[in-house]
Design a protein around this ligand. Structure first.
Ligand code: SAH
Length: 350
């Protein structure tokens, strides 16, 4: 048992089984034992790798997309350039390098990072020292100003709840104890659930996930964009509609049982974009492969390849393929861009 598993078991014994959301929140952000609180999980020594850590092209192209959107919206003189869950700060560093030559863009930008982990804030401070970012604890704290925002693999880390449709109605999936071991169970049938298409259309036996913190975060951002203008790019793995049980744990680059290493494994769920898109005045949605291709990744990859040989060239070609190919991240990962009513088309979409 991990130290956090003991604490969670104690809490369940003293009170009652807990929701999957409570469990995820403890595992990821417990102040002492939480996964993100205690470590830098990225790269070969960690548990997983993300698109900005795979290639600089990811941040460069999305940075230019944000700058183009800023120009298309009349270059607001002061705006928030925000990232949610910036990890090591690599994506923001690539965005800033790629947009250096866009006249006025850096001067108008207030670089703002929403990050819950003190450990990762330190890493971000080191990566981004030159641009003097400010840190916020919560999306709700973003200023009232034009907002140009990016969030890569942020929503998948927010706690989901899971509901199953049984013969007597909906029940919530809970985590309780059997023989002193954490185990999944079901609540008594619930009087009501959400009224969303995924719940309405579910067949008996189906499991539906709901991510309330993700809906809150997207609503906060969408409301600011509706009031002050701007654009937000949300990139994550998932699909349009809830697809059953997608709770997954990764431990040292390998799939793990979600209940086995609380606090020591990464815990995520696929993102359902339909209920998030519904919160925006206007949106566009496509696969990561399609969006990066429209933003010009093939030409950028060729340009970078010219200066490379041998193993470095091979690894660059592999990174290009990994980001875009349908059998790798290209179609599992989606991009949701949200804008305001009547705003110009988001760069990267048809
Ligand atoms: N965007 C980065 C990191 C993704 S991992 C990349 O692409 O490499 C998820 C990030 O979100 C981490 O930085 C984690 O600490 C942060 N995070 C997770 N839950 C959060 C929350 N509730 N509030 C703020 N940040 C959170």
């Amino acid at each position: 048992m991990t130290p956090l598993a003991r604490l969670i078991a104690e809490r369940i014994r003293e009170t009652a089984p807990i929701t999957v959301a409570d469990y995820m929140a403890e595992c990821l952000l417990h102040p002492v034992h939480g996964y993100y609180t205690t470590r830098d999980p990225f790269g070969t020594a960690g548990d997983f790798t993300t698109a900005p850590e795979i290639s600089q092209m990811f941040g460069e192209l999305l940075g230019l997309a944000l700058a183009q959107a800023w120009l298309d919206r009349g270059s607001p003189a002061r705006f928030t350039l925000a990232e949610l869950g910036p990890g090591r700060g690599t994506l923001m560093a690539d965005i800033l390098r790629a947009t250096r030559t866009v006249p006025g863009f850096h001067a108008a930008a207030r670089i703002t990072l929403v990050e819950a982990s003190p450990r990762l804030r330190e890493v971000q401070a080191a990566t981004l020292a030159a641009c003097q970012p400010i840190w916020l604890d919560r999306v709700e704290d973003l200023p009232e100003a034009p907002l140009f925002l990016i969030a890569n693999e942020f929503l998948d880390a927010l706690p989901i709840r899971q509901f199953q449709r049984g013969p007597q109605g909906w029940q919530e999936r809970l985590i309780g104890l059997r023989d002193n071991t954490l185990t999944f169970g079901l609540s008594v049938p619930l009087p009501q659930t959400l009224d969303t298409p995924a719940f309405r259309d579910a067949a008996e036996g189906a499991l539906v996930e709901d991510n309330l913190p993700a809906r809150r975060a997207v609503a906060e951002v969408a409301n600011r964009i509706a009031r002050h203008g701007g654009i937000a790019y949300w990139i994550d793995y998932g699909g349009w509609r809830s697809q059953g049980d997608t709770l997954q744990a990764l431990h040292q680059h390998r799939p793990d049982d979600p209940l086995t290493h609380p606090g020591q494994a990464d815990l995520t769920a696929h993102v359902d974009f339909e209920p998030l898109a519904a919160l925006a005045q206007a949106f566009a949605y496509d696969t990561q492969g399609a969006v990066l291709t429209r933003l010009g990744i093939d030409a950028r990859a060729e340009r970078l390849a010219r200066n490379l040989t041998g193993a470095a060239l091979e690894s660059h070609r592999a990174a290009h393929r990994r980001l875009t190919h349908a059998s790798e991240m290209g179609s599992l990962f989606k991009v949701l861009a949200i804008t305001s009513a009547g705003a110009p088309q988001p760069p990267g979409f048809a």
